[in-house]
Design a protein around this ligand. Structure first.
Ligand code: CAA
Length: 380
C-alpha cells in the first residue's frame, strides 16, 4: 500500500477541509444546543458531490476511489463527528446495499437521488431487543399479494429524523433463523410506517437518531432487496465497509483532540511556564500522537484493501476497534490537559469526548469487533 495520497485524493482532502471549515463549523452550535439536524448542509454536500463519492458517475456519484471517500469522512469528522456519521451511514449503509444488491429498476429509482443528496439514506437493523445479536431481530415481513406487510420497531437509527430511504431488515421466514432475514427498501411515506421518538443522546447531537415503527406497513414486493433470506449477508457485508467509515470518523475525532491539546498546552501558563513544559503533559501528547499515527495507518490500510476489492472483514474490524479506542483515549486526555476548561462547553474537547464514546458502540461494539477478529484468527 502506498502511504502517499494521489493528486486527486489530496485535492479532495483540501476541498473537504475547506467545505467543513466554511459550511459545517459555523453550524455546530445549533447542532449542539438545539440537536438540529444539518439538513441544509447535507443538501450542499450533495451539490458538491460529497454524498456519493465512491459511486460511479453513471449513477450520479463523483466516481472517485474508496480512499477519497474515507478521506472525506476523516476530514469532516475533525470538524463535526455528527456530520461524519451521517455521511458514512448514508453512503456505506444507505446507498451501497442498493448499488450492490438492487435490481436495475431499484438502482435507477434510488441511487441518483441518494448520490445527489436529494434523498438521505438510513440503515434499519437494530431493534429494542436486538443490538449486538443482530441475527435475532423480530420485525416481521409477510407477503400479501404484491406487498410485504411489515410489523415491528427499529431503534437508534442514524438520520431517522430526516431520511427518505431506509434499508430495513425483517424476518420473512422465522423457521430459517438468520437465513430467514430479508432486506427491503422502505420509503419514508410508506403507509403504516412512522418515525418514532428522537433519542436524547450523550453526544453526536444533530445526527437525528430515532426509533422507527412499522404497523402493518405496506412495502411493495418490488422493494425487496436481493432475494428473500439474503438480508443478513447484505447487512454484515455492508457493515464491513461501514466500519471503515466509523474508524475514519474516530480518526477525525482523535486528530482534533490532539491538535486542540497541543495548542492549549503551549499557551496555558501555570507555575510561570506553559504546561507543555511539563513532561506529564508533553508525554501525554506523545502517546496521543503515537496512537493517532497507528490508527491512521490501520484506517487507510483497510480502505486500501477495500478499494482494491480485497475482502477486509478482519482489517475493517481491527481499524474500527483501534481507531475508536484511540479516539476515546485521545479525547479523555484532551479533557484532562484542558483541566476545568476541558469540562466546560466553552471548549470543543468536551464535545469530542462525548462524540468519541458512540464510536466504540455503534456499527458493532468493540467487543463484537474482537469477536469478529478472533473468529477470523481461529478459523484461519
Ligand atoms: N460479509 C458477508 N457475510 C457475512 C459476513 C460478512 N462480513 N460475516 C458473516 N457473514 C455471513 C456468514 O457467512 C454466515 O452465513 P451463513 O448463515 O450462510 O453460514 C452468516 O453471515 C452468519 O455469520 P456468523 O455465524 O458469523 O454470525 P453470528 O450471528 O455468529 O455473528 C455478528 C454475527 C458478528 C455477531 C453480527 O451479528 C454482528 O456483527 N453484530 C453486530 C451488529 C452491528 O454491527 N450492528 C450495527 C448496527 S448499524 C449501525 O450502528 C449504523 C449506525 O446508525 C451508526
Amino acid at each position: 500500500m502506498s502511504l502517499h495520497f494521489t493528486e486527486e485524493q489530496q485535492m479532495i482532502r483540501r476541498m473537504v477541509r475547506d467545505f467543513a471549515e466554511r459550511e459545517i463549523a459555523p453550524f455546530i452550535e445549533k447542532m449542539e444546543e438545539n440537536d438540529e439536524y444539518p439538513v441544509d448542509i447535507i443538501r450542499k454536500m450533495g451539490a458538491n458531490g460529497l454524498m456519493g463519492i465512491p459511486i460511479a458517475e453513471e449513477w450520479g456519484g463523483a466516481g472517485s476511489d474508496f480512499i477519497s471517500y474515507i478521506i472525506a469522512i476523516h476530514e469532516i469528522s475533525k470538524v463535526s463527528a455528527a456530520v461524519g456519521v451521517i455521511l458514512s451511514v448514508h453512503t456505506s449503509l444507505g446507498t451501497n446495499p442498493i448499488l450492490y444488491f438492487g435490481s436495475d429498476e431499484q438502482k435507477k429509482k434510488y441511487i441518483p437521488k441518494l448520490t445527489s443528496g436529494e434523498y438521505i439514506g438510513a440503515f434499519a437493523l437494530t431493534e429494542p431487543n436486538s443490538g449486538s445479536d443482530s441475527g435475532s431481530i423480530s420485525t416481521s415481513a409477510v407477503r400479501r399479494g404484491d406487498h410485504y406487510i411489515l410489523n415491528g420497531s427499529k431503534m437508534f437509527i442514524t438520520s431517522g429524523e430526516y431520511a427518505d430511504v431506509f434499508i430495513t431488515f425483517a424476518v420473512t421466514d422465522i423457521a430459517q433463523g438468520r437465513r430467514g432475514i430479508s432486506a427491503f427498501i422502505v420509503d419514508k411515506d410508506t403507509p403504516g410506517f412512522t418515525i418514532g421518538k428522537k433519542e436524547k443522546k450523550m453526544g453526536l447531537h444533530g445526527s437525528g437518531t430515532t426509533q422507527l415503527i412499522f404497523e402493518n406497513a405496506e412495502v411493495p414486493a418490488y422493494n425487496l432487496l436481493g432475494a428473500e433470506g439474503e438480508g443478513f449477508k447484505i447487512a454484515l457485508g455492508n457493515l464491513d465497509v461501514g466500519r471503515i467509515g466509523i474508524a475514519a470518523q474516530a480518526l477525525g475525532i482523535s486528530e482534533a483532540a490532539l491538535e486542540h491539546s497541543i495548542q492549549y498546552a503551549k499557551v496555558r501558563q501555570q507555575f510561570g511556564r506553559p504546561i507543555s513544559a511539563n513532561q506529564a503533559i508533553a508525554f501525554k501528547l506523545a502517546d496521543m500522537a503515537t496512537q493517532v499515527e497507528a490508527a491512521r495507518l490501520l484506517v487507510y490500510q483497510a480502505a486500501d484493501l477495500r478499494m482494491r476489492g480485497i475482502k477486509c472483514t478482519k482489517e475493517a474490524s481491527i481499524a474500527k476497534l483501534y481507531s475508536t479506542d484511540t479516539a476515546m483515549h485521545a479525547a479523555t486526555e484532551a479533557v484532562q490537559i484542558h483541566g476545568g476548561y476541558g469540562y466546560s462547553r466553552e471548549y470543543p474537547v468536551e464535545r469530542l469526548f462525548r462524540d468519541a464514546k458512540a464510536t466504540q458502540i455503534y456499527e458493532g461494539t468493540n467487543e463484537i469487533q474482537r469477536l469478529v477478529i478472533s473468529n477470523h484468527l481461529l478459523k484461519d
